[in-house]
Design a protein around this ligand. Sequence first.
Ligand code: SF4
Length: 268
Amino acid sequence: YFRQNRLPHLWCPGCGNGIAMKAIVQAIAKRPELNQDNTVIVSGIGCSSRASGYMDFDTLHTAHGRAIPFATGIKLARPDLNVVVITGDGDCTAIGGNHFIHGCRRNVDLTVVLFNNNIYGMTGGQASPMTPTGRKATTAPYGSVDRPFDACALAEAAGATYVARSTAFHVQHLTDMIAKAFDNHGFSFVEALVQCPTAYGRKNKLGSPADMLKWMRDNAVMKAAWDKLDPATTAPEKFPIGLLYEATAMDYDTAYDQVIERAGGAHA
Ligand code: SF4
């Protein structure tokens, strides 16, 4: 499922993007009904969005923040396809934030995997809407003042019907979360925390890529255990992973079909 005989990838040594990309490929391999002929990968712009160029599928590397509308168009034209969006925290929650919430609201049958490295890596380390408060970036040399988005809470509030989180440390778990997202007929959102040792780690003195992965290991709490914690005593850096939210609602393509049928037309 990876392109052969191409130029080598441009990710920095120790970057977590390759781990998340491989988890997507392994999740596709876990579903016998999915293959290279019926899966399309769509990405926006940024370090994470380079993944579409490295995967041996029909892929579309689109404009900054615009992967979800491109993917929506593909899904409406070809409802039979499994459409996967790869996006980053800047791409998805800043310039693409509007598309993100409206994709959730419409419950478009897409699987959106957000590679969250907490920063704009490719353009030199500017703070993104998901940079934690107090962490440094080129645009926040004394630490970010802003409160970050919780993208999973945002997806749930906006209407997504499958919301999960995992990390580059929990590879098998991340793969399972993505594979389960494929089973949902609606907007599925998976946040994958990935280490960015170059733009984020170096600026914040977070150590080696292995140190950053250990941080994920030590601070991630499985959802069932998280629900039993007392928020007043929970360490501020701890975060829940696993399936965070699930709901049943008609997906956009089915709703669209019904409207077309009522109007006397025929959808693809
Ligand atoms: Fe990965 Fe960060 Fe380098 Fe981008 S800047 S390729 S996210 S390590």
